[in-house]
Design a protein around this ligand. Sequence first.
Ligand SMILES: C[S@@+](CC[C@H](N)C(=O)[O-])C[C@H]1O[C@@H](n2cnc3c(N)ncnc32)[C@H](O)[C@@H]1O
Length: 286
Amino acid sequence: MEKEDIYLSTASWGKSEPTYETKQFLLALIIKEKINNKKPNIIDAGAGLGRNSIYLSENGFDVTAIEYDEGAINPLKDNIRENNQSDNIRVINLNIIDYLRRQEDHSIDAVLDSGMSHYLTLDEKEEYFMLLRQKMAEDGLFSITHFSKEDKSANGLSEDQLRLLLEGMIELDDIHFDTWTDSISKSEHFAYKGLLAMPGGRCNEIKDIYIRVYELILDKKITSVKQIHEYLNGLNVKTQILDSKTIGQGVVGEMQQIEEIDATMSVLQAHQQIIRKQQDGRQYEN
Ligand SMILES: C[S@@+](CC[C@H](N)C(=O)[O-])C[C@H]1O[C@@H](n2cnc3c(N)ncnc32)[C@H](O)[C@@H]1O
């Protein structure tokens, strides 16, 4: 059997619909871009057949798709080409650990890990999370879906172990346990999911705005990506201008004060509402 056939026969994650977590990640990316006045660079760690990279690229972001399985590379590139996103997605056939080791410190703005990290050995997991902290920018975003210890198909961690490895990061969407049934294999899965930010720069503002916009999405007052942009344009966000020396070095750059954000909503209260509504399983349209 060819490497590609072997990969495709196990790739139950498919190649078309992005995950719900990627939609949440997109919202945080749009907010981060607005606040930092700079387009974030994004790593799709374990990109698979590219459904999430393509979605982010279609929504205006450049993505570096890292995938270590040789059998995935041609189908991934074909999928990207068929969706006309080849100009915005760079595919790299490498182990994520090797890729991260080669990056400059604080140079990565955002990492999407949709079902990759549980594949690593325990030593690799420790190095991976250590490298993420070292290589990510000061308010860098990290989305994780990590199959838990309970899932028989994976090599996952317990909640305590995962929390330890992510300690100190700010939770935009909290680390929570989730279960679902795979539509193809019909098997049940168990994972921890979370959307986090590195605890520097303007991470608290990103979190505050994320919670407010997400609440509007769950209430169906915002139903499209276009409306997210419109809402943010209407907010009086204090925009940060990064000069060329500070970009990529994780240092706060020159600030341009436009107007203060009117942060009236209690962050905690809003977050609790979001968790309740997430449990209702409501989603928003692309
Ligand atoms: C469950 S699949 C998910 C694919 C994709 N993220 C998605 O949501 O559609 C996980 C992918 O991670 C890749 N992977 C696992 N370990 C990796 C590593 N150390 N470096 C890069 N890719 C890896 C696997 O080959 C597989 O394609």
